[in-house]
Write a protein that binds this ligand. Structure first.
Ligand code: ADP
Ligand code: ADP
Length: 237
């Protein structure tokens, strides 16, 4: 369970990213955050795994404070959170396998990692993750040989191989065509249902949100303007 308690975020230049946000996201939710560009969706998502710090309030995950976590505790909490970005964030010249396992880099000695010598159980973990997104045949392809949709599915596999309990996806389909968009959203949804991974996705299309979400959170100018079930969401959010 992820809880925002009076969360505000003001950027160093004075821009208000979030204003007194109070929301609760439950285990297993497929929550979609909707709002126009600049509404604060990304600010909200990045606050959860502390890609940036908030300026007021507190965020807790399973009653543990993400806001106050430090050092090893922070690393542990972050390890449970997989992040998916609009631009895929893969190392283009590296293999799919290496991209996936570099998320587990803390587990290996540097020289083995550099040589691409990953422990057998990690390779199996990566292959299982790739199977979930139908990408096992591309395990040893270079990331930049893949289409956008394929790259995004690899980044989903990376989150799975990290054994994430929470997946945060920041506009994961914004640079994909309509067909590929559905493939990626279907993958996210299936994984959410099969593995019970709490999933939070930023989207700027309400239609797509309605189709996939169990819960819709509407953001406008840093404030929550809607928080509820899909059936209750109007086109206004
Ligand atoms: P969204 O993801 O909904 O498009 P963002 O969370 O990226 O919105 O942005 C929310 C607001 O914060 C916008 O006004 C944006 O310009 C501003 N903002 C985002 N990142 C920064 C930053 N690093 N510094 C200053 N302002 C920022
Ligand atoms: P860079 O700092 O080179 O731009 P990234 O954009 O990949 O690197 O990462 C930005 C931040 O996001 C870093 O703090 C990194 O630790 C974090 N990050 C990257 N990938 C993930 C992930 N899968 N899950 C959680 N955090 C991530």
């Amino acid at each position: 369970m992820i809880e925002f308690k009076g969360v505000s975020k003001v950027y160093p230049n004075g821009t208000v990213g979030l204003k007194d946000v109070n929301i609760t996201i439950h285990k297993g939710d497929f929550a979609v955050i909707v709002g126009l560009s600049g509404a604060g969706k990304s600010t909200l998502l990045r606050s959860i795994n502390r890609l940036h710090d908030i300026t007021d309030g507190e965020i807790t995950i399973d009653d543990k404070s993400m806001t106050k976590a430090k050092g090893k505790e922070l690393l542990r909490m972050r390890r449970d959170i997989g992040m998916i970005f609009q631009n895929f964030n893969l190392v283009k010249r590296s293999s799919v396998m290496r991209n996936i396992l570099s998320g587990r880099v803390g587990y290996h000695s540097t020289i083995r990692t550099l040589l691409g010598l990953f422990p057998k159980q990690d390779v199996e973990l990566a292959m299982n993750a790739l199977k979930r997104v139908n990408m096992e045949e591309k395990a040893f392809a270079r990331a930049d040989e893949l289409s956008g949709g394929q790259q995004q599915r690899v980044s989903i596999a990376r989150a799975l191989a990290q054994e994430a309990k929470i997946i945060l996806a920041d506009e994961p389909v914004a640079s994909l065509d309509p067909f590929t968009t559905r493939q990626v959203m279907d993958d996210l949804k299936r994984i959410n249902q099969e593995l019970g991974i709490t999933t939070i996705v930023n989207l700027h299309f309400v239609d797509l949100a309605r189709e996939y979400a169990t819960r819709i959170i509407g953001v406008r100018a840093g404030e929550i303007v809607f928080d509820g079930l899909v059936e209750e969401a109007t086109d206004e959010v």
